[in-house]
Design a protein. Structure first.
Length: 294
């Protein structure tokens, strides 16, 4: 069984003060992008999961999200009479960079839950799968659906919303990763959080309603990411790169999630590809991908 897992960008990301459980409340408009990991599952005689990946430096041990998803599902399967849970080999072909704010690990986990629910004949149902997804990570529930949703709580409350009219996303991929917990820690330090007042879910939904139909340049002007100051404090060269790109491209550039990916939007693929070429001239990895893939 072969499946793909798309990345995402946070079109906007509002972040509130750290909660008692250590997480931060967010309001984020998330949208899938056409950059995919591939996963190949095969049943095996040996019990357990034999997981391998072509990504150097990515652990395939107990902390790997594909492994954690498969194990959580195998445990849940013990309650299903028709279940055919068994040994498995999984090959993960990583194309979404790690530590990039594109949700690659979360996407892999979500699509593993959906795939193995079918392969093992579990039929756990939407609510149960969504709750297993939330246990695996804040971004995982988004990838159980997509392509465009408002995510709130710590990310686990997912409400499908309209896709932006812009059809193309230019991803700019710096050669260094950023650690999500580190960025949130820096956000908690004095001067890390933005002055912006936190949004309610209704305000966020209302904004999406007004903005979804804007053209790429108009939408980019309204987008924001409250984690940018914290990420740029940790990696000043990322903040400088964003400024340079905005000048060079003549359009707004934002960061996705906790970074390090930067992005801008284009109305169509041709325009996005022309922008990608201009960024690549500076020896920076950039790619134009479809925005809002299923
Ligand atoms: O949920 P996940 O395991 O992906 O989160 C990784 C880390 O990011 C958390 O341990 C926490 O430090 C931070 N985080 C947060 N608020 C969120 C999501 C993540 O503080 N809404």
């Amino acid at each position: 069984m072969e499946i793909t897992a798309p990345g995402k960008i946070n079109l906007f990301l509002g972040v509130g003060r750290r909660r008692g459980d250590g997480y931060h409340p967010i309001e984020s408009w998330m949208c899938t992008v056409g950059l995919f990991d591939k996963l190949v599952f095969e049943r095996a005689r040996r019990p357990g999961l034999d997981l391998a990946s072509d990504a150097s430096g990515l652990s395939v041990g107990p902390d790997n999200l594909v492994r954690r998803a498969a194990e959580a599902l195998a445990r849940a399967g013990a309650e299903c009479p028709a279940a055919t849970v068994g040994g498995l080999t999984a090959r993960l072909h990583k194309r979404i960079p790690v530590g990039a704010g594109l949700g690659g690990g979360s996407a892999d986990a979500a699509r593993t839950l959906l795939a193995l629910d079918r392969l093992w004949n579990l039929n756990l149902g939407r609510t149960r799968l969504q709750s297993l997804a939330a246990d695996l990570g804040s971004d995982v529930p988004f990838f159980m659906g997509g392509p465009s949703a408002l995510c709130s709580g710590r990310g686990e409350n997912v409400m499908p919303v309209a896709r932006p009219r812009a059809r193309c996303c230019l991803l700019i991929l710096p050669p260094y990763p950023l650690s999500t917990p580190r960025v949130f820690e820096r956000f908690d330090e004095p001067g890390g959080a933005p002055k912006r007042a936190a949004w309610s879910e209704d305000q966020a939904l209302e904004a999406i309603g007004r903005w979804a139909d804007l053209d790429a340049a108009g939408l980019m002007e309204r987008l924001f990411n409250d984690l940018e100051p914290a990420a740029f404090a940790l990696r000043p060269e990322l903040g400088r790169l964003r400024e340079e790109l905005e000048k060079r491209l003549g359009r707004v550039v934002r960061m996705s999630g906790s970074g390090s990916t930067l992005f801008t939007l284009a109305d169509g693929m041709e325009e996005g590809e022309a922008l990608a070429k201009r960024v690549a001239e500076q020896d920076i990895r950039a790619m134009a991908v479809e925005l809002g893939v299923e």
